[in-house]
Design a protein around this ligand. Structure first.
Ligand code: GLC
Length: 542
């Protein structure tokens, strides 16, 4: 079976994982030194968020050179060392490719700014004249994911107000025009560059953004000027059909390499049918499961999204994936402790108080549910420690462009990007050497959530993840087995994976009996042979 069909992939956000050179920022030597931790955790591979040179206007998703490593993170030699060592430990490595846009400091964009309207340099991007008598209005009504118009006006070489360029995200992230042949050719070479270096796969950032409807017509947002792409139908700058030509071209390249190289789509689109188009046999291999990630902690919603996922994947021959969180989301222990347990968007639920004890209890159960489902799964760094979101970061440290672009209305995603706590009883908790301040401050309370503190604690989140991952790997026949629901009381999710494993998740509001002798692992201790509310258990199939 291809490795990615059942792999648990650990997402590394390199700036916040481990600081090897003591400058307060995570880096590749730091990651290299911690790879044994990940092997020991029991994951099958890692996905590394962008590690390229970048002015960091959007946490590295603004790339100024697609074939190098940010000096903050190290060098290409460090990347090679990470690849080598990860492979030696049996870990696959997926890197992040950000093809929809470049940084505004990318030489392509600098050249476009310096060139005249209508030049080949500008044709790599979307430069257009403005509307209005003096071109003072944006060329159309498109909005940016981070708030405001998707267009920014430039100053021409003679100092006069000039054309506008399109950016679906921050102004520092100009969109490339993928109908331009040189863009296609350059990216062919970029794919080969990383495949030749040995990466096992690429996660394709913002995949549905890459094609635009010719003529760039106004969009109909139905009066909701927010980037809720899941609601968008026939939008001229999202999920436009011609995007699939790009992925077909890329798949042909990946297929020339040995070793099951994989493309993972980041594609938040309108429903399973639209998503399935990205997963056709000659396009991408797999995709993040956003509907699952955003689901409420509610039995009917969970069951529906599980069934919908499995139904959508089956005819495509792809494997489902499951995920609770990422570098863009509210951390699960915080989210599940709020009255609103679904997350439509990062800042939804902000302002709601979180009961972290409840959230942690549910996050433990959610981990067992996710890891029992058929297919692959993603674990975001710190999830295995049960880190909460840091929602009280002072305004002046916030770096997410969402914060500034929304005029402070959205606090953004920094709260889930606070550096990992490894050891010790005070910041920087082994992330950096003592005395060095990490790029985002860590809460004092994280002294109880360090890897060191959780390591030997049988009740810790870390121990739960380690045990679950070990059982998952060692259970014969698990990867091949589908999912069969069992009859269960209201509010209880109960399924078997063939004869390999049974999983019971209790959201019924009261304890439910389970055969205690069959329990392999439980998120909470059984009470008198019963699984408490908001808990999950793995059992042998009897
Ligand atoms: C993706 C990334 C996010 C980034 C955006 C623009 O959604 O996950 O972090 O801001 O793309 O590249």
């Amino acid at each position: 079976m291809q490795w990615w069909r059942h792999a648990v992939i650990y997402q590394v956000y390199p700036r916040s994982f481990a600081d090897g050179n003591g400058d307060g920022e995570g880096d590749l030597p730091g990651l290299l030194a911690r790879l044994p931790y990940l092997a020991d955790l029991g994951v099958d591979g890692i996905w590394i968020s962008p590690w390229y040179p970048s002015p960091m206007a959007d946490g590295g998703y603004d790339v100024s050179d697609f074939r190098d490593i940010h000096p903050m993170f190290g060098t290409l030699a460090d990347a090679d060392a990470v690849l080598r060592e990860a492979h030696a430990l049996g870990l696959r490595v997926i890197t992040d490719l950000v093809p929809n846009h470049t940084s505004d400091e990318h030489p392509w964009f600098r050249a476009a700014l310096g060139a005249a309207p209508g030049s080949p340099e500008r044709a790599r991007y979307f430069f257009r004249d403005g509307r209005g008598d003096h071109g003072e209005l944006p060329p159309n009504n498109w909005i940016s994911a981070f708030g405001g118009s998707a267009w920014t006006r430039v100053e021409e070489a003679d100092g006069s107000p000039g054309q506008w360029y399109l950016h679906s995200f921050a102004a520092e992230q100009p969109d490339l025009d993928w109908s331009n042949a040189s863009v296609l050719e350059d990216f062919d070479a970029i794919l080969r560059f990383w495949f030749d270096r040995g990466v096992d796969g690429l996660r394709i950032d913002a995949a549905p953004a890459m094609a635009k409807q010719p003529g760039l017509p106004d969009a109909d947002y139905g009066g909701v000027l927010q980037f809720r792409t899941v609601d968008w139908v026939d939008n001229p700058h999202w999920d436009v059909d011609s995007v699939h030509d790009i992925f077909r071209r890329w798949r042909a390249i990946a297929d020339t390499y040995a070793g099951d190289r994989v493309f993972v789509a980041e594609a938040v689109v309108n429903g399973a049918e639209r998503l399935s188009r990205y997963l056709r046999p000659d396009e991408m291999h797999t995709a993040f499961n956003f509907p699952y990630m955003k689901s409420a902690w509610e039995p009917r919603a969970l069951r529906e999204v599980i069934d919908a996922t499995l139904e959508a994947c089956a005819p495509l021959g792809t494997a489902s994936t499951w995920v609770l969180t990422s570098h863009d989301e509210i951390r699960p222990v915080t989210r599940y402790g709020r009255p609103t347990t679904s997350s439509a968007f990062i800042t939804d639920g902000a302002g709601e108080v979180s009961d972290l004890e409840l959230g942690t209890r549910r996050a433990r159960a959610a981990a067992l549910l996710m890891l029992a489902l058929p297919g692959g799964a993603y674990v975001y760094q710190g999830e295995e420690l049960g880190l909460p979101n840091v929602d009280d970061l002072p305004d002046e440290v916030l770096q997410d462009p969402m914060f500034a672009r929304s005029g402070g209305a959205m606090r953004g995603r920094d709260g889930c990007r606070v550096p990992m706590p490894w050891s010790g009883t005070q910041a920087p908790f082994g992330f950096s050497p003592d005395g060095v301040e990490p790029w985002l401050p860590q809460p004092e309370a994280w002294r109880d959530l360090t890897v060191e503190a959780e390591d030997a604690d049988p009740r810790s989140m870390l121990t739960l993840y380690r045990q679950a991952l070990r059982i998952r790997r060692e259970t014969q026949g698990l990867y091949d087995a589908g999912l069969q629901w069992r009859q269960a009381p209201d509010g209880v999710l109960d399924f078997e994976r063939g004869s390999a494993l049974r999983c019971v998740v209790n959201l019924s509001g009261h304890p439910v009996p389970v055969p205690a002798e069959a329990v392999l692992l439980a998120s909470q201790p059984l009470e008198n042979g019963e699984l408490p509310h908001d808990a999950a258990a793995w059992l042998t199939v009897t």
